[in-house]
Design a protein. Structure first.
Length: 187
């Protein structure tokens, strides 16, 4: 005959006592008490009430001058000195850097990410020359992308001249530009 340990019987008795007592309900939630009765089955009914907190809550990120319509990307994380130093040393945000040198630096940094897939997943991955083939394939991709992106960057678009195409709405009515959002030359 197996006997239960005193600890197990104490846990069992405390468990059954906790079922017969009222449940502790957090502030702000009204609940009919659960009473354990084996003969009756009852569906619980929860009612949630909004209660004002005892202590005031503070927003960590506040709009500039209290105006939420002024955009700002400054948060407690991005305004910390360590993150500000890191972001100011990225090529995109470094001042007095030629755009060509900035592009070369970004390209070299991301070029390392291209070599790995060509080495590990390329057609020569199981050969002795996998590293050289992957490096050449990544260099070829960078050269091709550089040529096409240079051609795109050299292309000029006539931004200053007005479009000759009529500006119409879906119903065919001529659309007038909004004077508040249109730049007007003075002079």
């Amino acid at each position: 005959m197996a006997t239960t340990s005193p600890m197990a019987s104490r846990l069992k008795s405390s468990f059954t006592l906790s079922l017969t007592r009222k449940l502790v309900v957090p502030k702000g939630i009204s609940v009919a008490p659960f009473i354990f009765s084996p003969g009756k089955t009852r569906t619980p009914c929860f009612t949630v009430k909004a209660v004002q907190s005892d202590k005031p809550t503070f927003q960590v990120i506040q709009p500039i001058n209290g105006d939420p319509f002024i955009g700002s990307l400054e948060t407690p994380i991005t305004s910390s000195p360590l993150i500000a130093w890191y972001l100011s040393n990225l090529p995109a945000y470094r001042t007095a850097v030629n755009p060509l040198l900035r592009g070369i630096e970004v390209g070299l940094a991301h070029g390392f990410l291209l070599v790995g897939p060509f080495v590990k997943a390329g057609p020569l991955r199981n050969t002795a020359v996998a590293g050289q083939a992957g490096s050449l394939a990544a260099a070829g991709l960078v050269i091709i992308l550089s040529i096409y992106l240079t051609m795109y960057g050299v292309a000029s678009f006539n931004e200053g001249e007005p479009s000759t195409a009529p500006s119409l709405t879906l119903t065919g009515r001529k659309k007038e530009p909004d004077q508040l959002q249109t730049a007007v030359r003075m002079g």
